[in-house]
Design a protein around this ligand. Structure first.
Ligand SMILES: [Zn+2]
Length: 60
């Protein structure tokens, strides 16, 4: 923990023991729902899994 501070939201989420939290908006424009363990954007990971065929689901 000597390194850079992580998101406050992420730190709080970790203390709460939840797997996801809402952090800063993703650089791709997603709403900021992220995994607590990695800080990675959930929507981005979903996009990767599904592949480029699901672009219609971006809204909301
Ligand atoms: Zn994203």
């Amino acid at each position: 923990m000597k390194g850079r501070p992580i998101d406050r939201e992420r730190e709080a989420a970790r203390l709460l023991g939840v797997t996801r939290y809402v952090g800063p908006m993703c650089k791709r424009g997603h709403d900021g729902e992220r995994y607590t363990s990695t800080g990675a954007c959930c929507a981005c990971l979903n996009d990767r899994r599904k592949g480029p065929a699901h672009e219609t689901q971006i809204a909301r």
